[in-house]
Design a protein around this ligand. Structure first.
Ligand SMILES: Cc1ncc(COP(=O)(O)O)c(C=O)c1O
Length: 443
């Protein structure tokens, strides 16, 4: 924080900034690889594909690619980012629930892996794949799969639970006739070689996630028995490892999950199946920090309020669903040094954002050293989803994001590199119809 102040990344003119710990991201990627290397049979093809939605930032995707991590994309925009980062099509998986015909065609032409979401989408793939499967035909598509919803239940955050009875994702496996339909869909399509299940994200316990993977594995076994060969050669087990937002500890870890999977679904790791994972949050949340300036410190009804520049425009989920998405807040002085607690101990106070609505609070009644104008607040563990879930309310600009590294301990010089430039006012005007200023007058 001190280096960010000293090097001018944050101050009166740039009152909010995102910071990413490059070594932390590398370490998380290495830990993910090591955790699964430990449980898979030697030689098993494994693709760890980062869920781009968690941090839709080209330099981050490139850094992860350098660490052996591909991309899971869920929109044409995310695919464009993965390609801009130089991620090879073989290391990209497309998963969105609403793929248009044009998106499917592009994916098939590029040879990226696609997981169809539903029967209608599979029918679209049929039409695209047919001319590519005969002798002398155009290049074959990349690996194609089907997403199933194992309907094993939800976690503590309903909005992120994708394996409930009525979730919008995938083919709902326990619905009447669905399993038989899935088996038939595979027997009729020798080119359909993957099953995909993503049980949910933050809030889903590990045993629920493992139960979903087990259901997908058992279905794959049934299908392979039905067709009499190893037609399904890869299981895509999704992402979803929850992040501990309560302390610095990384818990649960990838090894906890990989070992639980090995115990729950041993057959998945005996070498017959390749593996795709799609972790997002767990790869990057702990490496990110939002740092924001306290513009004013005031009080209302006896409650101290620090009005900062980090609110709903960045911490959208935290502001709108604070019970599900609490964040730790750390207090710093204007020089970026940790702010000591005063003689009376921590003071319960609201940490508010800059948006013009009353609920724009990133923390309510939170005990902290008493914040004053010019101080800084750090929102911890915000590397995932905070830099890509921006909210355009009040036309507040998206902040600049910088990666940092500090080799050599406390006194080392911290080096920053730009990841995303701060959004300019001109960009906001353009994005808001500035090129069409008089368009309505002529109607
Ligand atoms: C299909 C799919 N895969 C992976 C993820 C990433 O989840 P997480 O960031 O919790 O690991 C998501 C999140 O929404 C998803 O929908």
């Amino acid at each position: 924080m001190r280096a960010a102040v000293e090097q001018g990344l944050i101050g009166a003119d740039q009152p909010v900034v995102g910071l990413l710990d490059v070594a932390g991201i590398r370490a998380a990627a290495a830990e993910l690889r090591a955790a699964f290397d430990e449980v898979v049979a030697p030689g098993t093809p494994v693709l760890h594909a980062f869920a781009v939605k968690a941090a839709a930032l080209v330099p981050v995707l490139r850094l992860l690619a350098d660490e052996g991590i591909g991309c899971e994309v869920a929109s044409p925009g995310e695919l464009a980012l993965a390609r801009a980062a130089g991620v090879h099509p073989e290391r990209i998986v497309l998963d969105s629930p609403a793929k248009t015909h044009a998106e499917l065609l592009e994916a098939v032409e590029l040879g990226i892996a696609v997981n169809a979401d539903n029967p209608q989408e599979l029918a679209r793939l049929d039409a695209l794949v047919r001319p590519r499967t005969g002798p002398g035909s155009t290049p074959p598509p990349g690996p194609l799969g089907l997403r199933v919803n194992p309907q094993v239940g939800g976690g503590s955050i309903g909005a992120l639970s994708t394996a409930t009875a009525t979730s919008k994702f995938g083919v709902a496996l326990l619905d009447v006739g669905a399993r038989e339909w899935v088996v038939r869909a595979f027997t009729e399509r020798p080119w359909l070689t993957r099953l995909h299940a993503h049980v949910g994200s933050q809030g889903c316990p590990l045993d629920l996630m493992a139960a979903g993977v087990r259901a997908a594995y058992e279905l794959a076994e049934e299908i392979n028995r039905a067709v009499g060969r190893q037609q399904i050669d890869t299981l895509d087990i999704g992402g979803g490892l929850p992040v501990n937002f309560g302390s610095d500890e990384v818990t649960p870890g990838y090894r906890d999950y990989a070992r639980l999977l090995l115990a729950t679904v041993p057959g998945l790791f005996d070498g017959r199946y390749g593996l795709v994972t799609e972790f997002g949050r767990s790869l990057i949340a702990k490496s990110g920090t939002v740092l924001a300036r306290v513009e004013y410190a005031k009080s209302a009804g006896g409650r101290p309020i620090a009005v900062t520049h980090a609110g709903a425009q960045l911490a959208t989920r935290t502001v709108f669903a604070p019970e599900s998405w609490p964040l730790r807040v750390a207090a710093y002085d204007s020089a970026g040094l940790p702010k000591p607690t005063g003689p009376d101990g921590p003071v319960p106070q609201d940490v508010a954002g800059p948006c013009c609505f009353a609920g724009d609070l990133v923390a309510a009644n939170r005990p902290l050293p008493r914040l004053e104008a010019g101080d800084l607040v750090a929102l911890l563990d915000t590397g995932a989803y905070y830099f890509s879930n921006h909210f355009a309310y009040n036309s507040l600009p998206r902040p600049g994001i910088y990666g940092f590294s500090a080799e050599g301990g406390e006194d080392a010089r911290v080096h920053f590199a730009p990841v995303r430039s701060p959004q300019s006012l001109d960009e906001i005007v353009t994005e808001s119809g500035g090129d069409h200023a008089s368009a309505l007058a002529g109607l």
